[in-house]
Write a protein that binds this ligand. Structure first.
Ligand code: BV8
Ligand code: ZN
Length: 243
């Protein structure tokens, strides 16, 4: 009897020495973090694409900071879910492992992933718009916008906004991981944001076996080798149980 798609995915991961994982907001959904484009993704009638831009910040830094303070307050209550934990477990089982995440919530690190490539940044880190100071700031009661602790100028969240370039070093690491892996696992992303979504094609074109885990089909679904529809918090542990 031929293996089920889930068994195929597990077999490929079990025999791979080099694995790259790409995650999106869907992996954090079961922790209670709202996704960008799903239900509940809106905030005070604004769309994330309208707020997560340099223009929005330029125009109304206090509004953009209120959005981030709201998200920080919500995410501070969230715990990693079984999907995050399964990926931290997978890392221990693979020779060369890279976790590339679009998520800025920090939950992969909290789950035990040792070095997630946070290609869209991390909302627990802040950057000074004047002196360039960059530091972790978990303070719960920050003013909107908060002042730099070094020079007092306005801080911004250390995240990549739409229209901003990704950190070239991180993007190069992510690109190399996608181009050299034997298996790529893409989980919880609508695959509409570039250049992150394109990493699945980079892996496919380099000959990797690509597995997708998502609630719904995405622009990547036609190209991947196995598409597992369902919750990451359920499917990822099921794969790990078969390894
Ligand atoms: C850039 C940080 C160069 C901020 C974010 C082609 C090439 C280059 C750029 C572009 C291009 N085409 C268009 C662009 C511009 C733009 C872009 O991609 N726009 C899109 C909207 C068309 N890209 C950029 O601007 C990037 N910059 O390339 O620099 C440049 C410079 C100038 C001009 C042009 C190019 C920067 C993009 C980074 C933006 N920052 N976040 C913040 O978070 O506040 S992106 C944001 O979207 C988050 O990081 C998020 O992770 C990311 C992607 O969304 P997803 O993670 O996929 O989340 P989403 O809600 O969409 O989907 C969730 C999925 O999970 C769904 O499919 C759902 O079904 C599924 N799901 C839900 N629950 C579960 C689940 N699956 C499994 N289990 C569940 N339980
Ligand atoms: Zn400063």
């Amino acid at each position: 009897m031929s293996p089920t798609p889930l068994q195929q995915a597990a077999q490929r991961l079990a025999s791979a020495n080099r694995v790259a994982v790409l995650t999106g907001a869907g992996v954090s959904a079961e922790s209670g973090v709202p996704t960008f484009r799903g239900p509940g993704g809106l905030w005070e009638n604004h769309r994330p694409e309208e707020l997560a831009t340099p223009g929005a910040f330029q125009k109304d830094p206090a509004l953009v900071w209120r959005w981030y303070l709201w998200r920080r307050g919500l995410i501070a209550q969230c715990q990693p879910n079984p999907g995050h934990l399964a990926l931290a477990d997978l890392e221990k089982r693979v020779g060369e492992f890279s976790l590339i995440t679009q998520n800025v919530d920090g939950l992969h690190r909290l789950a035990g992933s040792s070095d997630p490539l946070e290609i869209h940044g991390n909302l627990w880190w802040v950057r000074c718009t004047s002196c360039g100071a960059l530091y972790e700031e978990r303070g719960p009661d920050l003013p909107a916008p908060p002042p730099c602790k070094e020079c007092g100028a306005m801080l911004r969240p250390h995240v990549v906004w739409f229209g901003e370039s990704l950190d070239p070093e991180l993007l190069d690491q992510a690109w190399r991981a996608a181009a050299t892996c034997e298996v790529m696992l893409v989980a919880g992303t609508s695959a509409v944001v570039q250049p992150a979504a394109g990493l699945a094609s980079v892996a496919k074109q380099a000959g990797a076996f690509v597995i997708e885990v998502n609630l719904e089909p995405t622009p990547n679904s036609a190209e991947v080798d196995v598409s597992l529809m369902g919750k990451a918090g359920e499917i990822l542990p099921e794969i790990m149980a078969l390894l």
